[in-house]
Design a protein around this ligand. Structure first.
Ligand code: TRP
Length: 453
């Protein structure tokens, strides 16, 4: 397909909002606060920031330049840049990982949709055993499957509209809404009595908490949160115009992503600490079990405010998840469409159908299929492990090696500086990070993760 026929994002703002939409997701609002809670607060955040800006941003720029230079889906991109070499496998691995991530990610996205509906209908108010409520819901044989399917169809509806009229247009509406909601919730959370305890937890680093395990978690979290290692941003960058500044875009996306993650901490922890007896290290249940309690107890005497807070919070989760599932869906859709000459519409149906089947299996692995285990894990955990702990770090490492060592330095320079039009002062530092720091750091962490599991 020639470049002229290929769709493009229409504006710089569209590029940033779509990419930030991919990055900002459940990883920021659900997983980040969990990790912060379990790994000791501020110290974790500091390590996380180092990982984002010294490992994440260089890998992101690499994905951007691979995508934009080749103007093709991630599998074809490697074929164009490294014809007749095994590098193509990196792209294919990305498509495969995208499929797996989309399948299990949408299960959790479906839970957020159910919570949004329940919160709106007022079913989350009143004293309740939310642990039981959550456990019963996820193990239910049809309800979570239904919500997962609805979420996948919502994603599908955006994807079939195309790159400019679907992805870009929706990102331009959803991202500002998301940022606005976050702003309102932060103010609400700060104004709760007792919230200063939560702030202290987030702002006072205790360096004794930084262990090897914390560093590993921070880096895994940074990669997941920035959507790196499997060609997601590479696919988006294939729709970037030639005037886009790749370094600046990567910096902005990383900044927005980090701000949203930290703000989510600022929403959740002051709120959780304002209720005595609730624990901040509740793990994955933080958002689905602890928070509904917070909404009820903390706002006990002003129920309508608790109601509003909870509805806005779950709308926020749904919006964030949706912009991410869209980006995951696009990786596979673009691949099928361009590599097999199938229309984009049909390609999207294949991805949606396949992921609904896999997603249903993942969802059922919390209930009726809980005895079916692969490598000792239920299917949901297995998909998470295989993609987030294995394929993504491996992909991230290979991407940095590809740009740092394999690609012609001139080509990299031309992409990063837009043929010399932009002045980039950190170019050598960037190459240094890609050649040595990123592959080594990711490699060490990767091997460690594998040995631990
Ligand atoms: N970054 C998203 C989040 O934080 C999830 C996501 C979207 C993702 N695309 C990805 C994760 C690609 C890994 C790879 O929720």
């Amino acid at each position: 397909m020639s470049d002229k026929e290929r769709a493009n994002f229409g504006s710089k703002l569209g590029i940033i909002l779509a990419s930030a939409g991919s990055a900002v997701g459940l990883g920021n609002i659900w997983r980040f606060p969990c990790e912060v809670g379990e790994n000791g607060g501020a110290a974790f955040i500091l390590v996380y920031l180092v990982c984002v800006f010294f490992l994440g941003v260089p890998v992101m720029v690499s994905e951007f330049l691979i995508g934009r230079h080749s103007h093709a889906n991630t599998a074809t991109a490697y074929q164009i840049l490294a014809p007749r070499t095994p590098w193509k496998t990196v792209g294919l691995m990305g498509v495969f990982a995208g499929f797996l991530i989309l399948s299990y990610y949408t299960v959790v996205a479906g839970w957020t949709l159910e919570y949004m509906v329940s919160a709106t209908a007022g079913r989350l108010s009143g004293a309740k055993d939310f642990t039981r409520h959550f456990n019963e819901f996820v193990a239910n044989p049809w309800k979570p499957v239904l919500y997962m399917t609805v979420f996948m169809l919502l994603t599908h509806a955006v994807i079939v509209r195309g790159v400019k009229d679907g992805i870009e247009k929706f990102s331009k509406v959803m991202m500002p809404m998301l940022l606005l909601i976050i702003g309102i919730l932060v103010v609400c959370s700060f104004s709760m009595p007792g919230s200063s305890e939560g702030l202290r937890f987030l702002l006072k680093p205790d360096f004794s908490k930084i262990t090897a395990k914390v560093v590993l978690s921070a880096m895994g979290q940074a990669f997941f949160s920035l959507s790196l290692g499997m060609g997601c941003l590479c696919t988006y960058a294939s729709y970037f115009g030639k005037e886009a500044n790749l370094m600046k875009t990567a910096g902005s996306v990383a900044l927005i992503d980090t701000i949203v993650a930290v703000m989510s901490g600022f929403i959740i922890f002051p709120a959780v600490y304002s209720v005595p007896g609730l624990s901040p290290d509740a793990g994955p249940g933080l958002v689905f079990v602890t928070l509904p309690n917070v909404f009820n107890i903390a706002f006990g005497n002003i129920p309508w405010l608790g109601y509003l807070f909870s509805v806005m919070f779950y709308v926020l989760l749904v919006l964030a998840a949706l912009t991410s599932t869209i980006s995951l869906h696009e990786v596979a859709t673009a691949y099928i469409h361009e590599s097999y000459g199938i229309s984009r519409r049909k390609g999207a149906y294949i991805v949606t159908g396949g992921c609904i089947v896999l997603g249903a299996l993942c969802s059922l692995s919390f209930g009726v299929l809980s005895d079916f285990k692969l490598g000792g894990m239920i299917l949901f955990d297995c998909f998470d492990f295989l993609s987030a702990k294995f394929l993504m770090p491996l992909g991230g490492m290979l991407i940095s090696l590809f740009t740092g060592w394999y690609l012609d330095r001139r080509l990299v320079w031309e992409e990063v500086t837009n043929d010399g039009k932009l002045r980039i002062s950190f170019f050598r530092f960037y190459i240094f990070l890609l050649r040595y720091v990123a592959p080594l750091a990711i490699g060490v962490i990767f091997v460690n993760e594998l040995l631990r599991s």
